[in-house]
Write a protein that binds this ligand. Structure first.
Ligand SMILES: CC(=O)N[C@H]1[C@@H](OP(=O)(O)O)O[C@H](CO)[C@@H](O)[C@@H]1O
Ligand SMILES: [Mg+2]
Length: 550
């Protein structure tokens, strides 16, 4: 590292002292904490993003400032790699050390050692490019400034501020700039691609199933999704959607949004008995999660939840149908389709997907794991139960589709190829995206002529319950087998198993959250009372083993 670089880093980092007595961790989805303590972390992630760009031959790297579904006073930061995916896991320990370095000199030493090990040129000879985005949190403004200062303290690095965007939009732009070589890919290009491919799917609907499926109402969590959906709606003359909770009045994520709706299984604020019978959807604060629901008549705000597992099942079914039109000759090339879930997937969904003849694979929680697994297939579909997911198409499957849609003689086959091609353009190839996911759900329902109830009837969820337990040190919980078994502390797994076997169709697991300071408990059983009871008993167990008892 040359001396100018050294002094720039020392000088700028002295302006951003880290919070005292707090250990930060990159976690399931980047750093998250109360926004007031995050300036130094975001500044340092600006440096990391610049180093990552230098390491990847000047590829564009993304830096998103968001705390997703967490409360408005929180914020967070995560890095997007060149193809728009989450930062490579191999750099996470470096992110942790950077965030926790106690003073400018130790920070400098860490950077120098890491740059040497990774052979990153730090002499100003190469350029680095970073795209910045943020959600609607007020703290985003000053945190973006901290990120810019971090980026600018690496010689040769330049930041482009994309302003307020959804998390998936930022990932999409990063990918487009690197992979599709659209150097100027912007939000407008995103809207163009998404709306064009959506229209293409609608135009390809066979005439006989062309009957309306009625209005959709979307809860936008008082976050960034409201404004973006409004823009999309203007571009699409076919989208009968009413936008609610767009942030003009209510508070971000407060009794609204996909996380609230999915975890508490109640209607968000602003929804009520007058919405009975209407198809409703909910986005989270940064619009990378999507769930659907309907309001139960006289149900005291209770809902029928149509979660990520059911969105996954709808997508899988549609893709399977189109592929079977396209490849009815068994001698033909058959793309390998795979489905990826986590332990939070409802057992009934896994059973349904298996019955469809699909290969289902489990990974630990966190889209970085699901995404990685889905990439092993020609068409990989992944979803977390909470509504985060997408469909990945391999380069090989895209070439095949491209060829089939132009050379195929039969109209039906040609249309099936065109539909699958449009799906690959509509659905975000970088990360789960509530807006493009919503448009794909709407297009498929319209294609099938299905009501939301018909969709929800694909299978019936096993009753489940999720609880959180505050413990002294959640890192004391170590799990294995895609988080379904607890290895440490010793004895707790045996106790959980002994409780679980008492309930018909019982399934239960615990794991430390990667985004909150809690241990999560998940229980499933044949009836709701049993799922509730099992979850409560296991939560007590967790408290006995790990609670604040001296
Ligand atoms: C049970 C649950 O919903 N967990 C969520 C939550 O992670 P935890 O590690 O469980 O806190 O936030 C992650 C990031 O948004 C998301 O990927 C994950 O699915
Ligand atoms: Mg989110």
């Amino acid at each position: 590292m040359d001396s100018q670089q050294r002094s720039m880093l020392l000088e700028s980092s002295s302006l951003f002292p880290p919070p005292k007595g707090i250990k930060l961790s990159y976690g399931t989805a980047g750093f998250r904490a109360d926004a007031s303590i995050l300036q130094s972390t975001v500044f340092r992630m600006g440096i990391l993003a610049a180093l990552r760009s230098l390491k990847t031959e000047g590829a564009v790297i993304g830096l998103m400032i968001t705390a997703s579904h967490n409360k408005v006073s929180d914020n967070g930061v995560k890095v997007a790699d060149p193809n728009g995916e989450m930062l490579t896991q191999h750099w996470e320990p470096f992110a942790d050390s950077l965030a926790n370095a106690p003073d400018p000199h130790s920070l400098l030493q860490l950077i120098a050692d890491f740059a040497k090990k990774e052979e990153i040129p730090l002499n100003g000879s190469k350029a680095a490019a970073i795209l910045l985005g943020r959600d609607t949190r007020p703290s985003g403004e000053f945190l973006v400034e901290a990120a810019k200062q971090g980026i600018c303290s690496v010689i040769g690095a330049a930041a482009s501020d994309m302003g307020v965007v959804t998390t998936p939009q930022l990932h999409w732009m990063v990918r487009a700039r690197n992979k599709d070589l659209k150097a100027s890919a912007s939000e407008l290009d995103y809207f163009d691609q998404v709306s064009t491919s959506f229209r293409c799917l609608i135009d390809l609907i066979p005439k006989k199933s062309h009957h309306g499926i009625g209005k959709l109402i979307v809860d936008c969590a008082n976050g960034v999704g409201g404004e973006k959906l409004r823009i999309l709606k203007e571009k699409l003359n076919w989208l009968d959607a009413e936008i609610r909770n767009s942030g003009e009045q209510g508070i971000l994520n407060e009794q609204v949004g996909a996380d609230y709706v999915q975890k508490d299984k109640v209607a968000p604020q602003g929804f009520g008995p007058h919405d009975v019978g209407t198809r409703c959807a909910s986005l989270d604060g940064d619009a990378d999660r999507l769930v659907y629901f309907t309001i139960i008549p006289n149900g005291n705000n209770q809902i029928n939840l149509v979660d990520g597992d059911k969105i996954l099942s709808l997508f899988a079914l549609f893709i399977k149908d189109q592929l079977s039109i396209l490849t009815d000759d068994k001698n033909e090339y058959q793309p390998r389709v795979g489905v990826v879930q986590t332990a939070y997937a409802n057992g009934a969904s896994t059973k349904y997907l298996n019955q469809l003849g699909l290969q289902v694979i489990f990974t630990p929680t966190g889209v970085k794991y699901l995404h990685e697994k889905a990439q092993e297939f020609d068409i990989g579909i992944y979803f977390e139960a909470n509504g985060h997911g997408t469909i990945l198409f391999s380069d090989h499957s895209l070439c095949w589709l491209e060829d089939r849609k132009s050379t195929e003689k039969g109209l039906e086959k040609q249309n099936a190829a065109k539909r699958l091609w449009a799906v690959s353009k509509l659905i975000n190839q970088a990360v789960g995206d509530a807006l493009s996911g919503l448009l794909l759900v709407e297009a498929i329902l319209q294609h099938m002529g299905w009501s939301v109830d018909k969709w929800n009837d694909l299978y019936h969820d096993l009753p489940s319950r999720q609880l959180k337990v505050k413990v002294a040190d959640r890192t004391a919980v170590v799990t294995t087998n895609a988080e379904t078994i607890v290895e440490k502390p010793p004895g707790i797994q045996e106790a959980i198993t002994a409780l679980t076997v008492k309930y018909p169709q019982g399934r239960c697991f615990v794991r430390p959250s990667g985004t909150e300071d809690v241990v999560r408990v998940y229980a499933e059983a044949n009836i709701q009372e049993s799922a509730d009871e099992l979850a409560t008993c296991v939560a007590k167990l967790v408290d006995q083993f790990l609670g604040f008892h001296s």
